[in-house]
Design a protein around this ligand. Sequence first.
Ligand SMILES: Cc1cc2nc3c(=O)[nH]c(=O)nc-3n(C[C@H](O)[C@H](O)[C@H](O)COP(=O)(O)OP(=O)(O)OC[C@H]3O[C@@H](n4cnc5c(N)ncnc54)[C@H](O)[C@@H]3O)c2cc1C
Length: 467
Amino acid sequence: MYDFDVLVLGSGPSGQKAAIAAAKLDRRVAIVERRNMIGGVCINTGTIPSKTLREAVVYLTGLSQREVYGRDYRVKDDITVADLSARTSHVIGREVEVIRSQLQRNRVRLLVGTGRFFDEHTVSVDDDGGRETKVTAEKIIVAVGTKPARPDTVDFDDRTIIDSDGIINLEHVPNSMIVVGAGVIGIEYASMFAALGTKVTVVERRDRMLEFCDLEIIESLKYHLRDLAVTFRFGETVASVERHPRGAIAMLESGKRIGADTVVFSAGRQGLGSEINLESAGLAADPRGRIEVNENYQTSVDHIYAVGDIIGFPALASTSMEQGRLAAHHACGEPARDMQKLQPIGIYTIPEISFVGRTEDELTEARIPFEVGIARYRELARGQIIGDSYGMLKLLVSPDDGKLLGVHVFGTGATELVHIGQTVMGCNGTVDYLVDAVFNYPTLAESYKVAALDAMNKTRHIHRIAT
Ligand SMILES: Cc1cc2nc3c(=O)[nH]c(=O)nc-3n(C[C@H](O)[C@H](O)[C@H](O)COP(=O)(O)OP(=O)(O)OC[C@H]3O[C@@H](n4cnc5c(N)ncnc54)[C@H](O)[C@@H]3O)c2cc1C
């Protein structure tokens, strides 16, 4: 007899959803989580703080209202870290409360401490005060996530040279910042600080950034960021960083020296699989601390599952939640459908980006023909009302059967709007549905109809020439 039917390690999005799904199936469930980390990286240092910070930045700088009220429009002139962190702490506090209450309502036992495998059915929980308790479970779900990767050559001090977790603890808004790594997290923070007036330099080893996105949209994003005084150094590598009393200097391999108040490393994340004594359960993590699983999220030890960032790509809160639910269902013998292949990507830069399906480059490479339908926010009444002249929605449509192959959105509400396209694609709908649909007016959603008409007119034009 085990102490629990299901034991979950980590209370981030994947662990939480796994625990609650198992509890809903009447299993005796416990979740192990470190002190002050309920909700995981997602709630405490990652998704939620960064998205709340973005909201505070957009509001306080008045950036989204400048097309209406003029370039100098500001809600507050001297934006301090206190202004920004007030909103972040409020949201984190409320989210932690919500999660705690959900776990309680579903009778999930919360075991506070750091869990490590003792054997393949036992986890020892260290409560950080030197007390260790052993708990056993029939099924164990590992959802311990990741931490920022820190290059060994860099001397982080968490003030001048920081990783992405350090951003929310900054004591003041820096005048200048170097962001090393133009991945999603790096670029999101670069755009927020640029909006606050920080002079940002982005250094990226590759020649492009966010290469999995639509190229035209990334060009628009770069244009916007340059307009906010962001400097890009693509194809450059930081060789070393020197810390000085008044800031830091990054030496690039090309010989350039860049000075700034703060250097932020956003150089990927390291899985915590190497810190939970996996060997005692007959498992091992890969060099990046991640754990391999099969399509049911089972590790090579059948009753041990792994979900969320610890299993690698796509490493999003959105997908992690669903992995947690599916793993719990499998562990409890409950039938479940596979995870849907069609997953949206949201990038909360300023302006934001979102897409679902394939890009023009991917389709061209695969030799799949497509027609492009575009709607620009400036041609929509809602775009004028909210003062967003740069936003756009792009549909990639199959000329053969009218099916949507990709939906790409840039500008206000992109991460919400994309779900209309996702739904049409997921239900095998065609561009005709969008052409015929009536949308509320004035809305940004109307962009779907405008883009659909654009694609349809282009296809008709080709047809006319050909006949
Ligand atoms: C700055 C930033 C912005 C992001 N923005 C987005 C976004 O906009 N949208 C999106 O979908 N995703 C975003 N992500 C990614 C998202 O946060 C992660 O994909 C998600 O948090 C992963 O969830 P998880 O369940 O794997 O666990 P995590 O959230 O990583 O949490 C793991 C938990 O396990 C706990 N843990 C670790 N080891 C142990 C142990 N030994 N014992 C007990 N507990 C342990 C940790 O304390 C932690 O609480 C962002 C990430 C970052 C860093």
